[in-house]
Design a binder for this molecule. Structure first.
Ligand code: GLA
Length: 726
């Protein structure tokens, strides 16, 4: 971007560089504490110390845990920002740790997260970008303006931290938003705007597979600032509704706002029983067997199992296997489920031996929805949904508690307890096991976790024993707090990266139960090369995922390339948890910001990658679209395929990528992904020929039907055509 430097302003005020397009604010005055008078533009703050905005306040000598502080930024806004069609400016403050309220010349212009005194209590939003629109009539053009930002910090660090703040000229996508509100028989399209706009609204309904447009209408819209327009569109939820708003006055890349409905592709499961779970289960000799037969269909159901080894029993009403088997070996079993509509059988192998996690783990984890606000009650709500909403009928079995379950201090004997949000871990474990589900927990090899809670350092054996006594079946062990120990030592070798993980593994293996061991160290020291050798069952290959296309694209399409040789039964690459459904990393949940097509891409790619399928949303509020994503038995069967081959990228061409993997039945799963900004018509036979495959028909896995290959399919922007070739 061209930047015109106005030195006079830079010297006088915090707003450092100003240009025709943006003003950069590198610092502001700061005061700990809270006082409503500090929002006033003329408040005398000259005695307040100056803090830079690209470093948190802890790094600048301010200790203010669980406290409030105010920034006051004095800035000249040049009238060059007024030119152009958008009659508004935007504050682009970066991210703030943790919640904020922001005033511009005494006018409240935005708020993100909640303060402890707010209804519902504190909720931090440290990852959220702050982009606030300011009405131009509040701006003192070419003169001094004051931005006052009230910040609450829950757990260090605190304050502005990401980068310098800016004032920019917003684009159409910043000022005009399109939303869809789901109604019984369709959607209400809501177009709302912070600025005056005159444009065209195009509403199109298409067949989700072929892209064939079934109806299309265009309407002229003219709205004043801070106004909205609402329009009802009747719709069958299998159709793909796309709404595009265009205002021709806006700049090129900002001409349109587009939104697509969460269209459902997975056919409804039949009322008769159908087996949807994995075809093998591994357990060590003498460890408790915990397995729930995953049959969909009308309940109640009766279950039977042939071939059970001595010591393992079935609850015929719940379909839950329990007990232990001391004799190693492969036990071929036949499952039967019967309901009033019919009956179904499934062939299965119980493998009693050294290896567990023979297929990638499927379950739920609290982090992407609740973040540090997790509680036993919230965990139970999702666990109950495993059974009531039917996720357990598709093989989901782990209920994993992430960070923030830990008490503030260890007990006098050095053991760890949960905090008051988790009144009874053992009871939670017992309830899960009684229903054939499993319990997961989180800790760090450091003295503190990522969220600042107690870690396991120097209490490894004690913690492993405590968790085993609660019935823990899965441990996510997060490097985070251990970096202090690591950085303090001169040894940064691969061995030093491995050491804390090996230590814990030894103690986990001493417990009288199988504990899935999940390494979380973001791919450091090429973990995929040694994870399996220290008997880890999965390892994170990347940093944390979030619900944006950028994050999904980087983690999924860039950082997994070349990792396929390292995955296999018992040990898996983990590209992080799912970001579909209602997520939010706090008490503030929202629908995933990924578009419906991006969500299909996400699940298809994780299915291909043999990735851990850990749901990250609140399941007590799951909608039909999310259920359709998570519970497509054919898509999940690829993820759970017993060969355990992870997909590799075969083709990358014109923004399209083809990934494929071999399956145990001799077939191949193939994902054709469109990473372009617009839909691309694709001749299926042509795409398959690029990877040497020829077939007249293939199975469309999302729609669960055979489709001809000599046909063009419209692959939506950021979407996928996911097929199985026999
Ligand atoms: C790290 C991990 C996340 C989550 C948090 C908890 O960021 O990568 O998955 O466990 O810590 O604090």
């Amino acid at each position: 971007m061209k930047r015109l430097i106005l030195i006079g302003w830079a010297l006088l005020l915090a707003g450092g560089l100003a240009s025709a397009q943006e003003v950069i604010m590198e610092s502001g005055r700061f005061q700990k504490g809270d006082n409503p008078a500090w929002q006033a533009p003329d408040f005398a703050d000259a005695a307040w110390p100056v803090l830079v905005l690209d470093k948190d306040w802890n790094q600048q000598g301010i200790q203010n845990t669980n406290g409030i502080g105010w920034y006051r930024i004095h800035v000249v806004v040049p009238s060059s920002l007024k030119k152009g069609v958008v009659e508004a400016i935007m504050l682009d403050l970066g991210a703030i740790d943790d919640s904020d309220e922001t005033w511009f010349n005494g006018h409240l212009v935005g708020k993100t997260g909640r303060f402890p005194s707010d209804k519902g209590g504190y909720s931090g939003e440290w990852q959220q970008p702050r982009r606030y629109i300011v009405d131009p009539k509040w701006v003192n053009w070419d003169g001094e303006n004051v931005i006052a930002v009230r910040v609450f910090n829950g757990g260090d660090p605190g304050g502005f931290y990401q980068r310098s703040a800016r004032i920019v000229k917003p684009g159409l996508t910043d000022c005009v938003s399109l939303n869809l509100e789901k109604e019984k028989d369709g959607y209400t399209v809501v177009l709302s705007t912070a600025v005056k706009t005159a444009g065209t609204l195009k509403i199109e309904v298409a067949d989700a597979l072929t892209g064939q447009v079934e109806s299309s209408k265009t309407q002229k819209v003219s709205l004043g600032s801070w106004k909205e327009k609402r329009l009802f569109v009747p719709l069958d939820h299998h159709k793909r509704l796309t709404v595009v708003y265009t205002d021709p006055r806006f700049e090129e890349e900002e001409v349109a706002q587009q939104i697509t409905t969460p269209y459902i592709l997975t056919p409804k499961a039949p009322a008769t029983p159908r087996y949807n779970g994995p075809l093998v289960f591994g357990v060590r000799p003498g460890s408790p067997v915990i397995f729930r037969l995953a049959f969909s269909g009308e309940k109640p159901m009766k279950y039977a199992v042939e071939g059970l080894p001595e010591g393992v029993v079935l609850d015929p009403d719940k379909g839950v296997l329990s007990g232990t088997c001391t004799q190693a070996g492969d036990y071929p079993l036949v499952f039967t489920a019967t309901n009033s509509k019919g009956s179904a059988k499934a062939a299965f192998t119980l493998k009693v031996g050294a290896q567990i996690a023979l297929t990638p783990p499927m379950g739920w984890n609290s982090w992407n929805c609740w973040g540090l606000s997790v509680s036993q009650e919230k965990v139970m709500a999702s666990a109950a949904a495993f059974i009531n909403a039917g996720l357990a009928d598709y093989g989901y079995s782990y209920i994993n508690i992430d960070d923030a379950w830990e008490a503030e201090e260890r007990n006098p004997d050095g053991t760890i307890s949960p905090n008051e949000k988790f009144p009874d871990m053992k009871a939670l474990g017992d309830w899960l096991h009684g229903n054939g589900l499993k319990l997961g927990i989180y800790s760090s090899p450091g003295d503190r976790t990522c969220g600042g809670y107690l870690g396991t350092l120097d209490h490894e054996l004690q913690d492993a024993e405590t968790w085993a006594s609660w019935g823990v079946d899965y441990l996510k062990y997060d490097w985070c707090g251990y970096s202090k120990v690591f950085n303090a030592s001169a040894d940064h070798s691969v061995a030093a990266n491995i050491r804390p993980y090996m230590k814990m593994q030894q103690y986990l293996r001493e417990q009288p139960r199988d504990i899935f061991y999940s390494l979380c160290q973001y791919g450091n020291a090429r973990v995929w090369e040694w994870g399996a050798f220290i008997d880890a069952n999965s390892w994170r290959t990347t940093g944390d995922i979030t619900d944006t296309w950028e994050s999904l694209y980087t983690i999924g399409f860039k950082q997994q390339v070349g990792l396929h040789p390292y995955a296999g039964p018992g040990h898996w690459n983990d590209p992080d948890m799912l970001v579909v459904g209602k997520v939010g990393w706090s008490n503030n949940l929202r629908d995933s910001r990924l578009t419906p097509d991006e969500q299909y891409t996400h699940i298809s790619l994780w299915s291909l990658l043999a990735a851990n399928m850990l749901i990250g949303c609140d399941l007590s509020q799951m909608d039909d679209f999310t259920f359709n994503l998570l519970c497509n038995n054919e898509v999940n069967a690829v993820n759970q395929d017993i060969l355990g081959r992870q997909a590799h990228k075969d083709v990358e061409e014109d923004g399209m990528q083809i990934w494929s993997r071999d399956l145990a039945d001799g077939g191949k799963a193939v994902g054709i992904f469109n990473l372009n900004g617009q839909s691309v018509p694709t001749l299926l036979s042509g795409a398959l020929a690029k990877i040497g495959l020829e077939a007249e028909t293939v199975r469309d896995l999302w729609r669960q039907k055979d489709i001809p290959t000599e046909a063009q399919y419209m692959i939506p922007s950021h979407g996928v055509l996911y097929v199985k070739v026999k």
